[in-house]
Design a protein around this ligand. Structure first.
Ligand SMILES: C[S@@+](CC[C@H](N)C(=O)[O-])C[C@H]1O[C@@H](n2cnc3c(N)ncnc32)[C@H](O)[C@@H]1O
Length: 243
């Protein structure tokens, strides 16, 4: 075996092979994770614009986030994990549709529906893509949002790096997600992880703060999304960052 790598000792060759096989294993599990998310969210694509408590849970958070945004005309706006694009449309309404509005999502069916929903708008762009590799140039976005999608990302640090890359200097990042600041959410997180392979994990406010710092995003503030119909206080929070 060492013969094919004359410069390295046989120990070294073994570690190279070990590393390669680890990398292959990791790639296989990443591909599996992405595939299982696509299958799950493709099934959901027909439901998220309908009725029911899940839709209301998601819409309620999106509505509250939109009310916090400071969107200016000619904004470059991106929603990561945009689903069928509802929040993109609501943000655009704030500035009379003046700007460039982008949404990316892993699920082909979510993207197909978003395109149909906004077919009459030529400044809306919906793209099927993994949040770990956002198909936009550097420094283009004024605002990036991400609602109830972050806990599905296998490599959250890579996603934050991408969000940082596409933001302009001074651009704002708003991540809304269930936040594991109390034991109820921490227990729920473990149970959901066992039940749903697409669920990676919920993070606490301190973990968000640390992840933002690791990717050179200034962590500004977190705010609880208050919900009339849910009594677990602090279930979802907005985590606001700035490049
Ligand atoms: C619970 S839905 C939320 C959709 C929408 N943001 C909302 O608040 O209604 C989660 C979304 O994240 C998307 N998603 C999951 N993993 C993703 C990834 N790695 N990259 C991009 N989108 C992803 C799913 O396809 C799905 O549309």
């Amino acid at each position: 075996m060492a013969g094919s790598f004359p410069v390295f000792s046989s120990d070294c060759v073994h570690s190279v092979h070990g590393l390669q096989s680890l990398q292959r294993q990791r790639m296989r599990s990443e591909t599996k994770h992405i595939q299982s998310n696509k299958v799950k969210w493709d099934k959901w694509a027909g439901l998220v614009d309908g009725n029911g408590w899940r839709r209301e849970f998601l819409r309620d958070a999106q509505r509250k986030l939109i009310s916090l945004l400071d969107v200016k005309e000619n904004v470059h706006f991106l929603d990561v994990g945009c689903g069928t694009g509802w929040a993109v449309g609501e943000a655009a309404k704030l500035v009379d549709f003046k700007g460039q509005f982008f949404g990316i999502d892993l699920s082909p069916k979510m993207i197909k529906k978003a395109k149909v929903n906004f077919a009459c708008r030529d400044n809306f762009y919906f793209i099927e893509a993994n949040a770990e590799s956002i198909p936009l140039r550097d420094d283009v976005c004024d605002i990036v949002i991400c609602t109830h999608s972050f806990h599905h990302y296998l490599n959250p640090n890579r996603v934050l790096r991408e969000m940082h890359r596409v933001l302009k200097k001074g651009g704002k990042l708003y991540i809304v997600d269930t936040t594991a600041d109390n034991w109820i959410i921490q227990v729920a997180d473990v149970i959901i992880r066992l039940a749903e392979p697409q669920h990676v994990r919920f993070y606490s406010t301190d973990e968000f703060r640390q992840m933002f710092a690791n990717e050179k995003l200034k962590y500004e503030i977190s705010q609880t999304i208050k919900r009339a119909h849910l009594h677990v206080t602090g279930i979802s929070k907005v985590h606001l960052g700035e490049k």
